[in-house]
Ligand binder design. Structure first.
Ligand code: F6R
Length: 348
């Protein structure tokens, strides 16, 4: 069983994605101090909204801030900012590499509109831009995959925005302790029979996961699980949210059991959903049973909102990496993304 064989894991994972997850608590701790040190040449209390722009593993940070902060945050992906962007919104641009063309373009778009800006990156063109334009840059350590740097990208911004009271009741010490406890339960040295993400990966091996969250609560978690499965396990996965999926996708299960031979749904629960959405999930379970559709449930760790959301994201990260090992693929490289980017470059 590869999941419990340290030597085989090392062979399949030479760039250390598993180790990045095992050391996630330390990453978060280091990142909090980065946020304590950031200086910005404006008063954060002057803003009543933030726009956070980024793509992929950097883009998820905007979704997380939007879910976690007691402050309006709009998450943006693409070449432009939304039409509603105003000079009195705070702009946060995130690119791990600093070279993602959509993020650099959206950053220039915001600056043209006169927005106060903070950037976060390891360097690249974003760092050059910040130096030229005197934009504050939060510089994070290089050498990981962007999607394995969620702690480095999220915590400095959480800490910065907490300084203006936007993060509500976040207790950083408690949160870091909780993340550490989760790492102790889920890390690669914990055997499969006691390890939740390993067990789930074994359940989903050879399946196409269809992940369901809820609009205002676990949407970011469902999307992150899907993208992590794509990038780490190199396989398809799909996602959707309640209640919208009950108005279209649900009907697809009518002829589902034949076509869905390899499909398996999973519903995310974290105890923070509207009662109506909880009821929808229960009814969905009975519908899956009637239509002979394979499904599972995933429950978030208990704790405050931050622990439940980040904890379930962390669980999904482990799940996707353990799935990669069961698929016998190296979780780190994203060759198709690299090849797509170079084809785009060659095309003009
Ligand atoms: C790779 C990954 C990608 C990148 C995306 C944007 O690990 O997660 O989704 O995050 O291609 O690149 P950056 O983050 O460098 O702006």
């Amino acid at each position: 069983m590869i999941l419990d064989n340290e030597k085989e894991i090392e062979e399949l994972d030479p760039q250390g994605m598993v180790n990045d997850l095992d050391t996630f608590p330390e990453q978060c701790k280091e990142a909090v101090s980065l946020g304590e040190e950031v200086e910005v040449p404006f008063d954060l209390n002057d803003f009543d909204r933030a726009l956070v722009t980024g793509m992929g593993g950097s883009g998820i940070i905007g979704d997380l801030l939007s879910r976690l902060l007691d402050f309006p945050v709009e998450s943006n992906r693409g070449y432009h900012l939304p039409k509603t962007a105003r000079p009195d919104d705070l702009l946060i641009a995130i690119s791990y590499s600093g070279n993602t063309e959509e993020t650099l373009s959206a950053l220039r778009d915001g600056r043209r509109r006169g927005m106060n800006t903070v950037c976060l990156s390891t360097g690249g063109k974003m760092e050059d831009y910040c130096a030229r334009e005197s934009v504050p840059l939060i510089k994070i350590p290089v050498g990981h995959q962007p999607r394995a740097s969620t702690g480095y990208m999220l915590f400095p911004l959480l800490k910065l925005l907490d300084r203006a009271g936007f993060a509500g009741a976040v207790d950083f010490d408690r949160l870091l302790e909780n993340i550490e406890a989760l790492a102790e339960s889920w890390n690669s040295s914990v055997p499969s029979e006691d390890n939740g993400p390993k067990k789930l990966a074994r359940e989903f091996a050879g399946k196409v996961p269809i992940i369901y969250g809820t609009k205002r609560n676990t949407r970011v978690v469902a999307y992150r699980w899907k993208t992590q499965i794509n990038e780490n396990a190199k396989q398809p996965a799909f996602w959707n949210v309640f209640p919208e999926l009950n108005h279209n996708e649900t009907v697809g299960y009518q002829l589902g059991s034949d076509l869905m031979e390899n499909g398996k749904a999973i519903m995310l629960k974290n105890g923070l959903d509207l009662e109506r959405n909880e009821l929808r999930m229960e009814i969905m379970e009975s519908l899956f049973e009637d239509e002979n559709i394979d499904y599972s449930l995933a429950r978030a760790p208990k704790g405050d909102k931050f622990t439940r959301i980040l904890g379930q994201i962390y669980f999904g990260d482990y799940f996707s990496v353990y799935l990669a090992l069961l698929n016998e693929v190296d979780p780190s490289p994203v060759e198709l993304i690299e090849s797509f980017k170079s084809r785009l470059k060659r095309a003009g």
